[in-house]
Design a binder for this molecule. Structure first.
Ligand code: ADP
Ligand code: MG
Length: 697
């Protein structure tokens, strides 16, 4: 069944095939429904007019009424501009266009009256507005429009003279045709308990708000709806799984007990114990576990992962750990192998670069059940990788794997699904966790191992280099080691490499009697490993590196982290880098070096780092600064392609939406009652267009 809103956009009057193609390509607008859901991203206040005399340097925008006095083209060098002089009763104003000159010229008449809107700029005593919004005076705009919608558009559309106004006109036309065509997408009971506008009203107000209050109501309703359906889907997924999927029961912990008795390298923290208890409760529950484990850098997630593996190994099953990159997989393998060797447990690494012959052997051992622990990248998902019995799949993801990929690992067993533990290497803010992992239970390690001294973080300008060097010399003389990290950003890789090499040279010059290592991404793996090993053994005292060490090494004796050009790093990355020190018993330091001139965001990032060591607080700030789409890796997770809601500011609405979804599913898990018909219809129509989530469960 296709409805009115499924009509292709080309059939809207004034669109036609050519414009339709443009709208498809530039804005992803294919249907009437897409157009109506292309929301403004801001609104201009067009309720007031000013006169030329009232113009002021501080004004961001001004709206004026006046008469066109002259129209002329002015050439300066090769460039041309259109200069239009407009007058009102108080003075003159120049309107300037550098593009679309002919097109604009054809639309203006000397002696006619216009309403103009734009940012005023003063040149000497003259006022001008570049590329103003201009419209002949008409009965509507004469009195001042209300809040004027500004739509997201592209350069290409603007070049074709398709602007916010053109879009607004199309939407307005569509509204005249759409009366009674709107389907309410939330149950009426929900609308009244949550005090939400009707769908039709909300959409109308989002495009053509009558006032600020109605606009806010409209935004709240549409954000609520968006977040509600995401939560409903996640919670439903969870419910279905808990209901349907039996989990293998792991009650026996004999292998784990042996580890506890003979090999536990340190007493576990209370937080680690709490998390292990939560996981063990899941493993013996008879239901499939789906749990997120989050904890700050250095909180000790690795040993928790290993302990959980030992529980399923006690039950004669196997365990797998999947990491998003080869380096991370290698690191996990190195760490876990240390523990596994203590227990003589067979463990292997599988990545894209594993040789064929090694693979064949590995496949065989995996299938026979001889191999107990497999670590790797998404190579684990390949068809040939077959387990004897996979009891636990651990996914270390830094938000990089989507729901679909996660679920692939489950399908490795035919009899029962393996238990799934998702680990995040960085703490994530609550709203993000609820959206990305809303279908999981969450365990948090909120405590660092005892005896760790909090890292002292200091910000220094480059001009204090000598003072910093002296500090490093003192630290080295009492036996410590130092990291010096340089930024590496892909677009300018060559420049950065030069920067790094220059840095290396000046370090060698400043510390002539100290052995210095250098490691970067362009080195051969063997050379890299060799240098890392030298540093780890203490043969070199300073490690100059790019961010490869973010995930690479664990050297407890390294107690100073110097980050060069700290203003160029993201907040989470700075925090990750800082986590490389503070692993031993000594006082550790993180020194953020920067130039004197700092942008507002860089300043906030550096100040946040200096103020706190708390990864959760840092993640919240990062989310506010960058928005969810920009957080490491999250671009790939469709869950964050939100149309209107914003996870950094809409936490409250998100919580309300989730609570509402929980309430509704509790009373009507299958959504079969008449009250929830609106929900059923909405899910069905969404299913046609987006991923078929039901297939995943
Ligand atoms: P992360 O959570 O960042 O993965 P790791 O698991 O790598 O942290 O642990 C960081 C360091 O702390 C490792 O050297 C690990 O052996 C050590 N560690 C973990 N748990 C404890 C503990 N309870 N007591 C002392 N050291 C611990
Ligand atoms: Mg780790």
């Amino acid at each position: 069944m296709t409805g009115f809103f499924d009509t292709p956009i080309e059939y809207l009057k004034g669109v036609g095939p050519q414009r339709a193609a443009l709208l498809n390509k530039e804005l992803n607008i294919f249907t009437f429904g897409d157009l109506i859901q292309h929301y403004p991203f801001r609104y201009e206040d067009r309720t007031k007019f000013v006169t030329v005399k009232m113009l002021d340097d501080e004004m961001l925008n001004a709206q004026l009424k006046g008469t066109v006095k002259s129209i002329g083209e002015i050439a300066s060098g090769k460039k041309k501009r259109l200069s239009v002089v407009m007058v009102d009763e108080t003075g003159e104003l120049e309107l300037v266009w550098f593009q679309g000159i002919q097109w604009t010229k054809d639309r203006l008449k000397i002696g006619a009256n216009y309403v103009v809107f734009g940012k005023p700029a003063r040149y000497g005593s003259k006022w001008s507005i570049a590329h103003p919004d201009i419209e002949p005076v008409n009965p509507q705009n004469e009195k001042g429009l209300a809040l004027h919608p500004v739509y997201p558009l592209t350069e290409k559309l603007r070049a074709r003279h398709f602007d916010s106004k053109s879009l607004s006109k199309l939407v307005s036309l569509l509204f005249t045709m759409a009366t009674n065509k709107f389907r309410e997408t939330l149950p009426s009971e929900l609308l009244s308990t949550e005090k939400l506008l009707f769908k039709e009203q909300a959409i109308q107000q989002i495009h053509f708000p009558t006032d600020t209050k109605m606009l806010q109501e409209a935004q709240r309703r549409l954000k609520f709806e968006e977040l509600f359906y995401i939560q409903l889907r996640l919670l439903k997924l969870k419910l279905v799984r808990e209901d349907k999927f039996k989990g293998h029961v792991y009650q026996d912990v004999s292998v784990l007990t042996q580890f506890y008795n003979d090999h536990l390298p340190f007493p576990l923290t209370d937080a680690q114990k709490k998390v292990i208890r939560e996981i063990y409760a899941d493993l013996k529950s008879g239901k499939q576990m789906n749990r997120l484990l989050q904890g700050d850098v250095g909180s000790g997630k690795t040993i928790v992962a290993f302990i959980c593996m030992l529980i399923v190994i006690s039950g004669k099953s196997q365990a797998a750990l999947m990491a998003p990159t080869e380096i991370l997989a290698q690191q996990h393998f190195n760490n876990l192998k240390k523990f596994a060797d203590l227990m003589s447990l067979p463990i292997a690494l599988l990545t894209g670069s594993t040789k064929k012959s090694a693979r064949r052997e590995l496949h065989a051992q995996l299938q026979s059940g001889e191999l107990k622990i497999l670590i790797g990248t998404h190579a684990l998902l390949e068809e040939e990788v077959q387990f004897h019995h996979l009891g636990l799949a651990i996914i270390d993801e830094q938000h990089r794997f989507g729901v679909a990929q996660r679920s692939k690992l489950w399908q490795k067993n035919t009899t029962s699904y393996p238990h799934v533990l998702v680990m995040t290497a960085t703490p994530i803010p609550r709203t993000l966790a609820m959206t990305l992992y809303g279908d999981l239970n969450i365990s948090t390690i909120d405590q660092l191992p005892a005896g760790r001294k909090p890292i002292k973080t200091i910000h220094k300008f480059d001009s204090h280099r000598l003072q910093v060097n002296q500090f490093l010399r003192d630290q080295i003389s009492i036996g410590r080691q130092v990291y010096m990290v340089y930024p590496l950003i892909e677009e300018s890789e060559k420049m950065d490499l030069k920067h790094l090499m220059d840095g290396y040279e000046s370090v060698c010059r400043a510390f002539p009697d100290v052995a210095v290592s250098i490691v970067h991404g362009k080195m051969k793996p063997e050379a890299k490993d060799y240098e890392m090993a030298r540093f780890k053994k203490g043969e070199t005292k300073i490690m100059v590196a790019t961010t490869v060490i973010e995930v690479g090494v664990d050297v407890p004796n390294a107690s100073v982290m110097v980050i060069e050009n700290a203003e160029r790093f993201g907040l989470s990355q700075l925090h990750q880098l800082r986590g490389r020190v503070g692993r031993g018993a000594e006082q550790s330091y993180c020194i953020l070096m920067s130039g004197f001139k700092l942008g507002a965001d860089s300043k906030t990032r550096i100040e946040t780092m200096v103020r706190t060591n708390n990864g959760f607080e840092i993640a919240e700030t990062d989310l506010k600064l960058r928005g969810p789409g920009d957080l490491t890796g999250t671009q790939q997770s469709g869950a964050l392609d939100l149309m209107i809601a914003n996870l950094s500011t809409d936490g409250e609405i998100l919580q309300q939406a989730r609570d509402a979804a929980i309430r509704i599913l509790q009373n009507d898990p299958d959504l079969t009652t008449p009250q929830n018909q609106a929900i059923r219809l909405q899910i069905d129509s969404a299913r046609k267009t987006v991923v078929n989530w039901s297939k995943i469960s």
